[in-house]
Design a protein around this ligand. Structure first.
Ligand code: HEC
Length: 127
């Protein structure tokens, strides 16, 4: 099956938690997500692989590994803000009244953050 068709197929089926699709739904568009993170100001506080004022995306991904609710948890953190897990500095909210990011953008960013975890499926990519 063509990758794009499979991605759409899995996006639909992900809602049914089909195991073959759950781990790897549509492919993450790394360059587009990096650009969105940069233009949204995320990289002022976060880096991919080292701690700045905020935890690295690799560390966040590692902490979430194996959690079936990982995408939704991180999507909610991006939309609503988050505090208390990593330290005393809060993560600002990007959804709601501010409306900086749509729910779909926050979900895509969450999936991109999760793709930063080093692992056998995903050997050392990303800058
Ligand atoms: C002003 C600094 C700042 C900016 C800008 C920022 N973050 Fe954060 N972010 C943080 C901090 C600090 C934490 C850790 C909060 C905590 O301890 O729970 C965090 C946590 C997170 C988490 C993990 C939440 C968890 O459950 O572990 C994600 C995902 C995240 N940020 C994504 C983003 C994205 C995507 C953007 C841009 C749209 C962004 N952040 C912009 C400071 C920032």
């Amino acid at each position: 099956m063509h990758a794009r068709a499979r991605a759409r197929f899995c996006t639909v089926l992900a809602g049914l938690a089909l195991p073959a699709c759950a781990a790897r739904a549509a492919p993450v568009d790394g360059p587009a997500m990096l650009a969105l993170a940069r233009s949204s100001g995320c990289l002022a506080c976060h880096a991919l692989h080292h701690t700045k004022v905020a935890p690295s995306y690799a560390a966040i991904a590692a902490r979430m590994q194996g959690r079936p609710d990982a995408v939704r948890t991180l999507q909610q953190a991006i939309l609503n803000g988050h505090s208390g897990t990593w330290g005393i500095i809060p993560m600002p909210s990007y959804g709601g009244a501010q409306g900086v990011l749509t729910e779909a953008q926050a979900r895509d960013l969450a999936r991109w953050v999760l793709s930063q975890a080093p692992g056998p499926q995903d050997p050392g990519h990303a800058p």
